[in-house]
Design a protein around this ligand. Structure first.
Ligand code: HEC
Length: 101
């Protein structure tokens, strides 16, 4: 492997790590406040990173309100071909971290 290729690989690994690092990681406190079990929020985050980053970069949950997320998810769930269960988990994660109105 030449130096240039190593450089490109390194930069793209950093880039992917930086993208998912900027969205919040659920804590016990957020779980209690939202009334959603922590395990489900963590699963929702994982699915969000996995299913929603192929076409565009991940939008920070805090950028939209719960109402706006619900509206977006109606369209995006179809685009990402989510099952009903996946859609629910992702929605819960996004709304628990959404902007408060
Ligand atoms: C097949 C490609 C595709 C997938 C997969 C996808 N999106 Fe999108 N998304 C788009 C396109 C194209 C736009 C911009 C145009 C639009 O809003 O329709 C967009 C726009 C958005 C926006 C608005 C961005 C902004 O800056 O306001 C949000 C929020 C969003 N997507 C969330 C999601 C979520 C959540 C998922 C996972 C469930 C997802 N997307 C999966 C194609 C996709």
């Amino acid at each position: 492997m030449n130096v240039k290729l190593i450089g490109i690989t390194f930069v793209s690994v950093l880039f992917v790590a930086a993208c998912s690092a900027s969205i919040y990681i659920p804590t016990g406190k957020i779980a209690r406040e939202s009334g959603i079990p922590l395990g489900q929020l963590l699963q929702g985050r994982e699915l969000y990173v996995e299913k929603c980053s192929s076409c565009h970069s991940l939008v920070n949950p805090a950028r939209l309100t719960a109402k706006q997320w619900n509206r977006k998810l109606r369209v995006m769930a179809k685009r990402a071909k989510l099952t009903e269960k996946e859609k629910q988990l992702i929605t819960n994660y996004l709304i628990a971290g959404s902007e408060t109105e």
